[in-house]
Structure formats: C-alpha cells, structure tokens
Design a protein around this ligand. Structure first.
Ligand code: TYD
Length: 138
C-alpha cells in the first residue's frame, strides 16, 4: 500500500472509566497540519454528501457519531470504507474523489482539512476528475 493512498488511520485514544478522549495532532497522529475543521450533521438517513475531489487539499473524515460509507476513486483505484468509530479516520490525499453515502440517522462527520476553504481547489465534475487522473496518474 502506498502512503499517499486513501486509508484508515487510527486516532490516539485515552480510555479510562470516565470514557474516551481522542486527539489529532500534527505530526504525531496526523500527516498534515490542520488549517480548517468542518462537520456535516443533520443529514437525512441514507443521505449523500461530498461528491467531489480537491486539487491540493488533504482531509481526514471521522464519524464522530453514527455511521456512513465513503467511496473513493483515485490513482489507487476505487475503494469503499465504512466509518462508524470516533477513534479512527479516513485519510484522503489530494486528487481523491469521495462520496459519503448511506448515512445513519444523526450521523456527524468531522472533517479536518489541510487548507482553508477555496472553491477553486474543488473538482466537482466526475468526468473532469477522471480525465485529470488518467493524464497524471494512471
Ligand atoms: P458543499 O461542498 O456543497 O458540501 P458537501 O461537499 O459536503 O456536500 O458545501 C456546502 C456549502 O458550504 C457550499 O455553499 C460551500 C460552503 N462551504 C464553506 O463556505 N466553507 C467550507 O469550509 C465548506 C466545506 C463549505
């Protein structure tokens, strides 16, 4: 497995009788510095989000509550992940198409990003994305 492929990262968890505490820190537990955090919540059960890629942003997606599936397409090919734990996250390198789907009721997705929000960094057209990947990586 190449390191720049989409992959699940375990997040540090401090567990005791009071419950769990997890932490993200660069560089010890996260391969990029966090510039931004956002979360997706209130999505209807069975809903979908994302459906895009970025030219340069790296992200980590964590299911803080509930569960959802993520399908990715990148130079690594197509992969499918199920996120349902607050102590692991899906790392997505640049040029990774991702779709969140099959959201459970009351799911909360925390996403930490390596960049500030910039609409110009988005690739929102799947055929355009596939062309970029074909030209650069396959
Ligand atoms: P959108 O990209 O459509 O959501 P998703 O990909 O998660 O389905 O974003 C929804 C709106 O939120 C859109 O108007 C852009 C805005 N937005 C920001 O202003 N800042 C941000 O950091 C993000 C992620 C989105």
């Amino acid at each position: 497995m190449e390191l720049n492929h989409p992959r699940i990262l375990n997040i540090v968890k401090f567990a005791d009788l009071r419950g769990n505490l997890s932490v993200l820190e660069n560089p010890s537990t996260l391969p990029f510095e966090i510039a931004r955090a956002y979360w997706i919540h209130g999505v209807p059960a069975g809903g979908t989000r994302h459906g895009h890629a970025y030219y340069s942003s790296q992200e980590l997606i964590i299911a803080l509550s509930g569960s959802f599936d993520v399908i990715t397409d990148s130079a690594a090919g197509t992969k499918q992940f199920t996120l349902s734990r607050a102590d692991c996250g899906l790392y997505l390198p640049p040029l990774t198409w991702r779709e969140i789907y099959n959201t459970s009721t009351n799911s909360v997705a925390l996403i930490v990003s390596s960049t500030l929000y910039d609409e110009l960094d988005y690739i929102r057209d799947l055929s355009e994305f596939k062309q970029i990947i074909d030209n650069e990586h396959r």
